[in-house]
Design a protein around this ligand. Structure first.
Ligand code: ADP
Ligand code: MG
Length: 346
């Protein structure tokens, strides 16, 4: 056997791998407006553009069916794809659902999964139009693809942030991560003593954020009604820091974030204290919040009502300044993005 070069994926990370594969791909179709590198690809065949995005969830890596009800899993699988459509400032229209099932799953179990999928279809007004079903050697793998539409001038990419823009996030951050910590802790207790009932009452908000995230289509509609188009946008799936790196990388800009402006819910803060985790670290690196991170022209930011569920957390800077956090003590701390080393995490 000849000695072939072997590079561990961990050596370049998930994003490094995608970048490397992207470099080897040449686009041939005029209708392909945007390929790899954003929350969704963009295709134009008529006046409107179609956006396409897909996500793959694997049992044991992305979810644990010991505490994730199948109905919730179905809902979440749709919501996370709708969230990527939202991040393009597009409107979701259709989804397809593909699954690989081991013989551990009954017809009733699959129907439970689909009850959640149907609920999400109602919530986001999308049609389930197809998919694929196959056997799996072990566990469940679920993949959803979502299609959406927008006029070309409505689309928002990761690459449009300009120096001086206001950096905003919707909702609050870090809750889904803390919810996961609580669920994992209760699972350990349950494994040790199956008669113990999970203690989740005082963690309803954060557990809900982990199990049943919502795509922020409400905000997309609100901004459209105001006639405001963000200059850049991405949804927060891997954590705020990682998404800020994407915006910085694609837009060629620097980023300054004020630690004291990062929105963290009271319950998240309390749980973080209890687990002795820094709440800012949760918000920066936790992930799975599925909120929107976007940049706005300052004049547009002024036009948004202070009642709206968004927070200005910082400013777009020149690329030379890099990415940094202005801490509560007014120090500059360079941002680190764990999401850029996905395969290194564990
Ligand atoms: P998101 O977190 O928004 O779902 P990802 O980080 O998963 O985005 O993907 C970033 C970009 O890389 C997207 O454009 C996605 O379509 C593309 N991508 C991810 N995996 C692959 C792959 N195996 N082959 C081709 N493109 C991929
Ligand atoms: Mg995304």
């Amino acid at each position: 056997m000849t000695e072939e070069k072997r590079t561990e994926i961990a050596a370049i990370g998930e994003f490094g791998l995608i970048d490397r594969l992207q470099q080897q791909i040449t686009l041939q179709q005029e209708s392909t407006v945007y390929g790899i590198g954003d929350d969704a690809a963009v295709i134009q065949t008529g006046e409107l553009c179609t956006v396409v995005t897909t996500d793959l969830l694997t049992e044991g890596v992305h979810f644990d069916l010991r505490y994730v009800p199948l109905r919730h899993l179905g809902y979440k699988a749709v919501a996370v794809n709708v969230s990527d459509v939202a991040a393009m400032n597009a409107i979701p229209r259709q989804i397809t659902v593909s699954m690989a099932l081991s013989n551990r799953f009954s017809v009733e179990a699959v129907e439970e999964l689909y009850a959640g999928i149907r609920l999400a279809c109602e919530q986001y007004k999308v049609d389930l139009v197809g998919g694929d079903t196959t056997a799996s050697g072990a566990g469940l793998t679920l993949s959803v693809t979502a299609l959406g539409t927008a006029a070309p001038h409505e689309l928002v990419y990761r690459n449009g942030a300009r120096v001086g823009d206001v950096i905003c996030v919707s909702g609050d951050l870090g809750a889904a991560y803390m919810g996961l910590q609580v669920l994992e802790r209760e699972k350990e207790v349950f494994i040790a003593n199956p008669n113990m009932q999970p203690q989740l009452e005082s963690y309803e908000y954060i557990v809900g954020r982990q199990l049943k995230p919502e795509a922020r289509m409400d905000l997309i509609h609100e901004l459209r009604e105001l006639g405001i188009r963000p200059t850049a946008m991405i949804d927060i799936s891997d954590g705020l820091a990682s998404e800020l790196f994407h915006i910085s990388h694609r837009s060629g800009v620097g980023i300054a974030i004020n630690e004291d402006k990062i929105p963290v819910a009271e319950e998240t803060g309390r749980a973080a204290d209890e687990f002795r985790i820094d709440a800012t670290t949760c918000a920066l690196n936790g992930g799975e919040d599925y909120e929107l991170l976007f940049t706005l022209d300052p004049a547009d930011y002024e036009r948004i009502s202070k009642e709206t569920d968004i927070t200005a957390i910082g400013l777009v800077r020149k690329a030379e300044e890099g990415l940094y956090l202005i801490t509560r003590g007014s120090n500059r701390r360079p941002l680190q993005a764990q999401g850029w080393q996905h395969f290194k995490k564990k």
